[in-house]
Design a protein. Structure first.
Length: 451
């Protein structure tokens, strides 16, 4: 597979890395991987009781020692024999207490025993090289580790499980069949190319590639959170609305207008999706130089946000859009509706934006607002929801362009065959089958150490 382009020189090394976040914790996991026999020899220097022939996949309690052979910690060791391991190599995982001092001494002992500190993504790269997962699936592992919401984790897990790879492989098989038809016509010119087979086949491939490219928005969700700005006039209930969506009293709420002087940003989870929520200063003209800076920052945040929640005090204001608030990226939120009592009535009809009513005191409408935000940002789960990263989109887009060129009427068959080979090459970049060493280095260098 494409992993064969990986540099094999470093595969003779035994790698060691901390697989859990650094710092004080209850437990820490140190992982070793490398050629059969060599990894166990290193592990046996760290845990002599493990021996050189442990039973695979059995947790064993033992004592770890430092580079001098002195007792270091009580731990649990698990041995995974090649190729039935995460990397396809011999793997040993040592679970010790999460003391930074213990971990530091254990890593030093591993280096002294002959292991090399792993570079970012090197464990996943070993797994890729040994056919345990393809490049897109490896990227899914990285995305899953970094997921900040249930939705992001769900999509990343789909990538790990090969949902994108399966779609790409299906297209690849279609292209191979079509290329075989075109090449057969070149080899046997007396046999006319069968347009009823090739034409519709290319149309189907083009349609599927276009669908996959359109999923690239989902990849953006995995790499950068959408920004939602809460804006409005002073005392419109912006900070109360922000706190209600955040779930805590993150910002100061007072009846004094102009309390918020700066943009407050927090990551919040709405309906299982993470967004970056901004609380901004009240939009108004002011002679106060400090408040004016806050208002300018608020206007800049509104202009740059993916979505604006325009807070309007339902007890005092008509629902209208102030200058600078984009209608196409705005939900008008009528706040403080609990104060209306029997006077509560729907206002704002006819505005070119969605209008919702909320109360930060009673919680009315907050859940509905969260769902509306997720819906407007296009984050709601869909049937067949698929994570397509920007790298995938670029390769799939080039494959699509090659297929479109191959369909041009009157194109010589040898040129059409060349375009189909180009499309196949680009599909191979998604899964790693045709990945260059530079591409692999770029991809795996973004991973965490220990992954």
């Amino acid at each position: 597979m494409g992993a064969l382009v990986a540099d094999a020189a470093g595969d003779a090394d035994v790698l060691v890395a901390l697989a859990t976040p650094p710092g004080v914790s209850a437990l820490a996991v140190v992982r070793l991987t490398g050629p059969a026999g060599q990894t166990l020899r290193v592990a046996a220097r760290l845990a002599p009781e493990l021996g050189l022939a442990p039973e695979p996949r059995v947790a064993r309690r033992l004592t770890l020692v430092d580079a001098s052979g002195d007792p270091l910690d009580d731990a649990v060791a698990v041995y995974f024999a090649a190729p039935a391991s995460a990397t396809g190599e011999e793997v040993v995982e040592l679970t010790c207490h999460g003391s930074p001092a213990v971990v530091r001494e254990l890593l030093a002992a591993a280096r002294s025993a002959g292991a090399r500190p792993a570079r970012p993504g090197e464990f996943s790269r070993r797994a890729f090289r040994h056919g345990k997962l393809d490049l897109a699936e490896a990227e899914g592992v990285s995305q899953l580790s970094a997921a900040e919401s249930r939705g992001a984790a769900r999509r990343a897990l789909g990538l790990v499980r090969g949902e994108l790879s399966a779609r790409v492989e299906a297209v690849r098989e279609q292209l191979l069949d079509l290329l075989a038809c075109v090449e057969a016509s070149l080899d046997f010119p007396e046999d006319e190319l069968d347009p009823p087979v090739v034409g519709p086949g290319l149309s189907a491939v083009e349609a599927e590639l276009a669908r996959l490219v359109s999923r690239a928005a989902g990849g953006a969700r995995g790499q950068g959170l959408p920004v939602v700005a809460v804006a409005g006039a002073p005392n419109a209930g912006k900070s109360s609305l922000f706190n209600a969506l955040h779930g805590t009293d993150r910002t100061i709420v007072t009846p004094v207008p102009g309390t918020t002087r700066d943009v407050v940003a927090e990551t919040v989870e709405l309906c299982g999706e993470s967004v970056r929520l901004l609380d901004t200063a009240g939009l108004r003209e002011t002679d106060d130089p400090v408040e004016r800076i806050g208002v300018e920052a608020a206007r800049a945040a509104v202009a740059a946000a993916d979505l604006v929640l325009l807070a309007v005090d339902a007890t005092r204001e008509r629902a209208c859009l102030p200058e600078g608030v984009p209608p196409g990226r705005t939900i008008l939120v009528r706040t403080k509706v609990d104060l209306l009592g029997e006077r509560r009535e729907r206002r704002g009809d006819g505005e070119p934006v969605e209008v919702l009513e909320t109360s930060a005191v009673t919680g009315d409408g907050i859940r509905e607002l969260g769902r509306a935000v997720v819906a407007r940002l296009g984050l709601l789960p869909r049937d067949g929801d698929l994570l397509v990263l920007e790298r995938h989109r670029a390769a799939l887009g080039l494959a699509l362009e090659a297929v479109v060129r191959a369909r041009r009427e009157g194109l010589p068959e040898e040129v059409a065959a060349s375009e189909l080979r180009e499309a196949l090459h680009r599909l191979g970049e998604v899964t790693g089958e045709t990945a260059t060493e530079d591409l692999l280095e770029r991809v795996f260098s973004t991973f965490c150490v220990g992954k």
